[in-house]
Write a new protein. Structure first.
Length: 482
């Protein structure tokens, strides 16, 4: 900013300041309650525009004048005194707004860094945030005191501090659970019990921490790395439990334990009783059985591909036949749409585990009933634990060609009907926002609806029934109805 521009801003500030008292003196109303109420509203509006931090001293003066005016009004003070306090408050607020504009100009990038940090919840970090906020207020107070050089010299340092806070907040939000799991592992001294598994889990968390620090806005990849870190932490705990179990066993008991595990796998793969064979022989037989199953699946896939090719050839021949009626063409189109829909249905079913979602067809729509989605009680905030499931929903939607999607929110009957309707709509809206933000579909292709407790799947008289009724349903409508 040039010296002339700064001088011009301060010139405007002093001119407005000089006019403020005269404007109050000519106030056309003699209603002191209205004066106080208007000043209160103006201060609230200024706070919403961050005037309280962009010009903290003058804003506090205006706030103090308001408090004095309110006290005088409550005790029935003189009209002239109340008018004086309100005029002083207006005067201070006008000056604060002018200084705030100067602060916005000088601290533009620093203000942006602060806003980004607040957006991701940096103010919940406690003292680390308060320490940087105090540095920031020194900048704005120096501008109030006409010490612009101090603000300009130190703005970049404070900007960097807010950037670090933003990354800290992102890490805490995304990696908090993995950090806690490793902290619990440290308390349980699992490094001594399973040092190798501990090292792998620690490495996974460190990689997630580094990636989040270098790429704080790559939410999807951060989520994946966090889930990997959580998986490795759970694996550490599982291996530690197994290690404790084997430590308490004799060598023979350990061998019988492993034998029983192999027997269960053999039963599932129809390999017969192999308990008279060595461990290596059993492993070889199980691997061979699994390979045979995989080859059979590939053969079925090949047959399916050949069948689809034959259909394509027949359709090409059918297209060449002269005089095909509109009715036959429509029937072929319906058959093609139905075949495509069934393929898409089978594909989407394979995306989800049984505890994550139920996928079924309903009146030409594909419905994904999300069993695994979790919301905090009474809230509509999507936590990172839901990102993997929602990524699968995104993949399912993208299996279709630009479909229409409806996100339905449902609740149980606990609480008021109105509250449940609002909560179900907000939760559906949160899912819609996630899908739109991750470029699943254009916003006008997705709508959110909340039905509250109106469409129960089970009686609300039991906790199990209520849990079933609290759900999110995703309805996918293909562009061509099957």
């Amino acid at each position: 900013m040039t010296t002339n521009r700064i001088f011009l801003l301060f010139s405007v500030f002093f001119i407005v300041s000089a006019c403020a008292s005269a404007q109050m003196a000519n106030n056309p109303t003699n209603n002191p309650e209205q004066w106080v109420s208007q000043l209160d509203a103006d201060l609230a509006d200024a706070r919403s525009q961050d005037v309280n931090v962009l010009s903290p001293g003058l804003y506090d003066q205006a706030q103090s004048s308001l408090l004095t005016a309110k006290q005088a009004l409550e005790r029935g003070g003189k009209l002239s005194a109340i008018e004086k306090y309100v005029a002083e408050g207006n005067d201070s607020l006008k000056k604060a707004e002018e200084i705030a504009q100067v602060s916005r100009t000088i601290l533009g990038e620093t203000n942006n860094a602060r806003a980004k940090a607040l957006k991701v919840g940096a103010d919940r970090l406690g003292e680390p945030y308060m320490a940087v906020e105090r540095q920031y207020l020194k900048l704005t107070k120096s501008i109030e005191n006409d010490n612009l050089s101090y603000a300009q010299r130190n703005a970049l340092e404070v900007q960097g501090a807010f950037r670090k806070l933003e990354i800290m907040a992102i890490k805490k939000s995304a990696l908090g659970n993995a950090r806690k799991m490793m902290a619990d592992a440290d308390k349980a001294k699992l490094q001594k019990i399973a040092p190798s598994a501990y090292g792998v889990a620690e490495k996974a968390l460190n990689e997630a921490e580094i990636y989040a620090g270098q790429n704080p806005y790559e939410a999807e990849m951060i989520s994946q790395k966090n889930l990997h870190a959580e998986f490795m932490a759970r694996r550490l705990m599982a291996i530690s439990e197994s290690s404790k179990t084997f430590q308490s066993m004799t060598p023979e008991s350990s061998a019988i334990y492993v034998e029983n595990l192999f027997a269960q796998l053999g039963q599932a793969l129809n390999t017969g009783d192999m308990r008279d064979k060595t461990v290596d022989a059993q492993l070889g037989a199980l691997a061979a059985a699994a390979g045979t199953m995989e080859r059979n699946n590939l053969s079925l896939e090949k047959e399916k591909t050949n069948f689809q090719h034959e259909i394509a050839v027949l359709e090409q021949q059918l297209t060449g036949v002269q005089g095909v009626s509109q009715e036959q063409a429509a029937a072929k189109s319906r058959l093609s749409a139905k075949s495509a829909f069934n393929e898409q249905f089978n594909t989407v079913q394979r995306y989800f585990d049984a505890d994550e979602a139920e996928v079924y067809k309903q009146s030409g729509n594909l419905v994904i009933r999300l069993r695994g989605i979790k919301f905090p009680v009474g809230q509509a905030t999507l936590t990172p634990e839901n990102y993997t499931l929602l990524s699968k929903v995104q993949r399912a939607i993208q299996t279709f060609d630009q479909p229409k999607v409806t996100i339905e929110g449902h609740t149980d009957s606990s609480g008021s009907t109105q509250t449940n309707h609002e909560l179900s709509l907000k939760r559906a809206g949160a899912v819609k926002t996630y899908l739109v933000a991750n470029n699943t579909l254009p916003e006008n292709h997705i709508q959110a609806a909340g039905f509250g407790p109106d469409r129960p799947l089970a009686p609300n008289t039991t906790s199990e029934g209520r849990a079933i009724n609290r759900r999110i349903d995703v309805l996918i409508s293909p562009t061509q109805a099957p």
